[in-house]
Design a protein around this ligand. Structure first.
Ligand code: SF4
Length: 464
């Protein structure tokens, strides 16, 4: 039987509970258990004036931002509309049906002001990491690090070639916020001071972003999102925004290891990363300064393609500080006879150079396969070679093969960040904007991880 035509009839009274209308398995209900913002007001209290008009509740703003990042809503205008219309979003933000939703401009005012001054987003991120640790999702033994390019919110046409870029002539009082942040971070190891090499082009509206063609496609302006994760459950332990250059990303790894140790007391046994992190100084820092086993491929440019002997064919004798060539001869740094024993030093580039005797090579039957175009053979050795050797020996173990698989977990988090959370292009400009976005995204990813891995307690009625 066909039912009657549905006509809307406004009722005088409604009995309506938002609590009843949000399903138990809704993503926001599952993560709400882990959102603890009780310390937020206390954290922010010094940044509010004791007089004046009462502000919008900062917890409401943070909850709205979390909705945006967890559900992949990138626009703050759209976020306000969605929270206004969506019952589950209202429930998560503790808004009743009739409560007004803050204007989108409220976010930028708070973000540029007291949120950044109080480092609030970092506080929220660390609160969620602490919860992950408390729930037993982090052992802290095997950590992995990687960086991913996130396109900056800037147009490639709106840029200047490096030869014509004159930062000295920028008036900070008359410059946009992102340009002022660029000037303030010129001496910051994660940004301006990461490398003296200037990029080919500088963006006018976000000069701290890096012109890069690292993806082997058309070049664009980008920032790097650096993640350090615990590989047990891929919980993000730390996040850092840097310029998209190798030096800044290596520095971010050191910053994140020390910060995680200071904040959470985590001392990893193993650090997993890709070849970009396999430089001599960084391996030495891990092995000698932090006593961490580097499960990292060594950057090694000693291989040869012309069929002649490689450095690996020469044996290093640590006691005599000489290399023994395949012909059984010694290669030394110096053949001068000193009256007292003298420690040989590396050249200015930090490389030790060992040479064979010309007479030995001239009469050697292997010369054509060793140094056909040079009078004698030369072998180089980094001052960080002992640490590089440790990393090479680790690379022969079964644990290293496992680490290579675990490394994929951090790459999967970046794929999730870009495809599900839709953070493939930044919406905010400047180093602080990138930092804010990466912290909120990492917080959202950790909350989703908690919701997925930690079972909800059963309601008392179901237990009985
Ligand atoms: S060419 Fe010189 S360095 Fe090479 S194997 Fe012969 S003696 Fe040794």
């Amino acid at each position: 039987m066909m039912g009657p035509v549905q006509e809307s009839q406004a009722a005088f009274f409604y009995e309506f509970s938002l609590e009843d209308h949000v399903p138990d398995d809704h993503l926001l209900r599952t993560i709400d258990r882990f959102v603890d913002l009780t310390g937020l007001r206390q954290h922010l209290a010094p940044f509010y004036s004791p007089t004046g008009r009462p502000s919008i509740d900062p917890e409401l703003l943070i909850r709205m931002l979390l909705v945006g990042y967890v559900m992949g809503i990138r626009s703050e205008r759209r976020l306000c509309d969605e929270v206004h219309l969506n019952l589950a979003y209202r429930w998560f933000c503790r808004l009743d049906l009739a409560d007004p939703v803050p204007d989108h401009s409220t976010f930028s005012k708070n973000r540029h002001g007291r949120f950044r001054d109080s480092n609030l987003l970092r506080h929220v991120f660390e609160t969620v990491v602490a919860r992950c640790i408390a729930e037993g999702l982090v052992s802290g033994q095997r950590l992995a690090v990687d960086a991913s390019l996130i396109e900056a919110d800037t147009n490639r046409q709106n840029s200047t070639a490096k030869d014509e870029w004159e930062p000295d002539k920028i008036d900070p009082d008359d410059a946009p916020r992102a340009v002022r942040e660029y000037l303030e971070t010129l001496d910051d190891a994660a940004f301006g001071a990461a490398t003296p090499v200037q990029p080919k082009f500088m963006s006018h509206c976000d000069p701290a972003s890096q012109w890069t063609a690292a993806r082997k496609g058309p070049a664009y302006f980008a920032y790097s999102a650096n993640y350090m994760i615990d590989t047990d459950h891929a919980v993000i332990l730390d996040v850092e925004a840097t310029r998209s250059v190798r030096q800044a990303e290596l520095g971010a790894m050191q910053t994140m290891i020390d910060r995680t140790s200071n904040v959470f007391g985590i001392q990893p046994q193993r650090m997993i990363a890709d070849t970009a992190y396999g430089t001599g100084p960084l391996l030495e820092w891990l092995v000698e300064k932090r006593n961490i086993a580097p499960h990292i491929p060594v950057v090694d440019k000693s291989s040869r393609t012309d069929g002649t002997f490689e450095r690996a064919d020469f044996t290093y004798d640590a006691e005599g500080d000489v290399y023994i060539c395949p012909g059984g001869k010694e290669l030394k740094q110096s053949r001068r006879a000193f009256k007292t024993s003298r420690q040989t030093k590396p050249d200015k580039d930090g490389i030790l150079r060992y040479r064979a005797r010309k007479d030995d090579c001239d009469s050697c039957p292997f010369k054509a396969g060793c140094c056909p175009k040079a009078p004698q053979r030369k072998v180089t050795r980094s001052i960080h070679e002992p640490s590089r050797d440790i990393a090479r020996n680790i690379a022969k173990t079964i644990d290293y093969a496992i680490s290579c698989k675990l490394r994929k977990k951090v790459e999967m988090l970046f794929a999730h960040l870009k495809r599900i959370l839709k953070l493939d292009r930044l919406r905010l400009r400047g180093p602080c904007g990138a930092r804010d976005e990466f912290h909120l995204a990492a917080t959202a990813q950790n909350l989703r991880k908690l919701a997925k891995l930690v079972a909800a307690p059963k309601p008392i009625s179901k237990m009985a």
